[in-house]
Design a protein around this ligand. Structure first.
Ligand code: FES
Length: 268
């Protein structure tokens, strides 16, 4: 009975230690109290587990002789008292089992709760930018870009309206001759984030019609959907589909067809 009491006390201490850890974490994360709480809980659980193994789990082997029936009255009385004692032990064991479940459950909570510190789950911005069908094209000051704002071989850095601070959505607008098929009156738009290591693809070679990243000199062919011409980048610059609206303002007809930037794990 004393040994079961010691185990019960240890399990209770484990519950209190785990609760103290959770309380310290939830109220700002005092490292001293968090460490003390989880250390006390772990030590108490170890003590309880060891005691349970040595004191609760029976280790003796019992071999019963085959009785002859009917039993003697004295044997029946002895059997009845053994059954009654067994029932008391089962009741005590249930209380211990409840304490054990509480101690393990609270300790598991103490281990899981810090997952909150990992922050928000990644949202769809990992796969999409702020460009949507109908999003109007603007400069960094928010002014709209019209069809006659660029000359042939001119370039401009543009954004989706209302998202000029979103680094994922930055686009280089290029104007090539209207006679080139697959353009919006000569306009083409590409992500400004280099697919090699994420530098801004800030240069334009008009003669070759290539966008060039100054960091490691990757060059992308404007007339071939941003295909890599040279340099360490291993995949094309994502192209943004655009059109010219009836009001003469450039707008997107959708998002990029693939995630922008480097190192996206789906790519080979
Ligand atoms: S980051 Fe553009 S080539 Fe390396």
């Amino acid at each position: 009975m004393k040994r079961e009491g010691a185990i019960a006390v240890a399990l209770s201490v484990a519950i209190l230690g785990s609760a103290a850890f959770i309380a310290a974490y939830a109220t700002g994360g005092n490292r001293l109290y968090e460490g003390l709480g989880v250390a006390v809980a772990a030590a108490a659980l170890c003590f309880a587990a060891t005691g349970w193994a040595f004191w609760i789990i029976p280790h003796e082997q019992v071999v019963d002789a085959v009785d002859t029936y009917p039993c003697a009255p004295g044997d029946r009385a002895k059997m009845s008292s053994e059954v009654a004692e067994g029932m008391r032990e089962i009741t005590r064991s249930r209380a211990l089992l409840a304490l054990l479940a509480g101690a393990l459950g609270s300790f598991a909570c103490a281990l899981i709760v810090p997952v909150r510190s990992l922050g928000l789950a990644p949202d769809s911005l990992l796969f999409h930018t702020r460009w949507r069908r109908g999003a109007r094209v603007v400069r960094d000051d928010g002014s709209l870009v019209h069809a006659d704002d660029l000359n042939v071989d001119g370039v401009m850095t543009v954004f989706p309206e209302g998202a000029t601070a979103d680094p994922q959505s930055v686009v280089t607008l290029v104007r090539v001759p209207e006679s080139i098929p697959g353009t919006a009156s000569g306009y083409m738009a590409y992500s400004r984030i280099c697919t090699h290591a994420g530098c801004p693809v800030a240069l334009y070679r008009a003669q070759e019609r290539e966008l060039v990243c100054p960091c490691h000199q990757s060059a992308f062919d404007v007339l071939s959907n941003g295909a890599v011409v040279s340099g360490p980048a291993d995949h094309a610059l994502p192209r943004l589909p655009i059109e010219i609206g009836s009001d003469g303002v450039l707008r997107a007809t959708g998002d990029f067809s693939e995630p922008v930037g480097p190192g996206f794990w789906e790519r080979g």
